[in-house]
Design a protein around this ligand. Structure first.
Ligand SMILES: C[S@@+](CC[C@H](N)C(=O)[O-])C[C@H]1O[C@@H](n2cnc3c(N)ncnc32)[C@H](O)[C@@H]1O
Length: 240
């Protein structure tokens, strides 16, 4: 990919440095954003008390909301400074790790990736989506949101990857194990950024396509999947 910043590592490092350096300011700006419509859409399809992974959690705002509403939550972020603030805000340890480090397998009922995958380069997004999909239980749910803009760009020291509806469909076509059953455009919830649009989507890990997700994976994953399918085989009542 010809993005002018160089390697994937330098893109990640520059973006994470931005969050490390501006952590307090970013926390102040985002910790109280009201995402009620997104929460409602996601939680309506989650099992009560289910397990959620907040991937790229920033301030910890959403992890905190889910905890307060009785869900079990693991949260992580690539910025050490954001992790400190999010740990304080949520009252539990937030993992300092990147999307590339995700190694959970069949653990979560839901993955919540709000405005975080937009920092992953296009030449890495498929691998990251596969990791997040593997972290989901069979039939699990994933929420993702991106800035509504097709392409990669740099802004104020951060790297961005955005999608419009068409390029998002093209992305998902490469992930048959993630079925998109709802997508919608919203305004930025910050009044001063009302003109910025977001593309939100809810994806269901599709049991029928799991075999393709499994291709090339380890025996451990296959064993866990069989166990998980047996345990959750009758748990179809939470689907959209
Ligand atoms: C725009 S903020 C969104 C934060 C939060 N999810 C929210 O909605 O307020 C993006 C977050 O993703 C984190 N991030 C960026 N690249 C990441 C990566 N490769 N792995 C994990 N987190 C990453 C940043 O540190 C930052 O906290």
């Amino acid at each position: 990919m010809g993005f002018g910043w160089g390697t994937g590592d330098s893109v990640l490092n520059a973006t994470v440095s931005y969050y490390d350096q501006h952590a307090a300011e970013f926390f102040k700006e985002t910790a109280e954003i009201d995402l009620t419509p997104q929460y409602r859409a996601f939680l309506a399809r989650m099992p009560v008390g289910g397990k959620i992974l907040d991937a790229g959690c920033g301030s910890g705002r959403d992890a905190r909301y889910f905890l307060q509403h009785g869900y079990q939550v693991e949260a992580f972020d690539a910025s050490a400074e954001m992790c400190k603030l999010a740990s304080e805000y949520t009252g539990q340890k937030v993992h300092h790790r990147t999307f590339d480090d995700v190694q959970w397998i069949l653990v979560f009922d839901g993955v919540w990736a709000c405005a975080s995958l937009l920092h992953v380069r296009r030449d890495s997004i498929d691998a990251v989506l596969r990791k997040l999909c593997c972290a989901l239980k069979a039939d699990g749910l994933m929420f993702v949101s991106f800035k509504l803009r097709d392409g990669e760009w740099e802004q104020g020291g951060r790297f961005y990857n955005g999608y419009d509806q068409q390029s998002f469909q093209t992305l998902l076509a490469r992930h048959p194990s993630l079925q998109c059953f709802s997508s919608w455009v919203s305004d930025d919830a910050r009044p001063e950024r009302k003109n910025e649009k977001w593309l939100n989507a809810l994806l269901r890990k599709s049991a029928t396509n799991l075999q393709s997700e499994m291709d090339g994976r380890t025996d451990e994953l296959k064993t866990n999947l069989q166990k998980d399918t047996r345990t959750n085989g009758d748990n179809t009542g939470t689907g959209p």
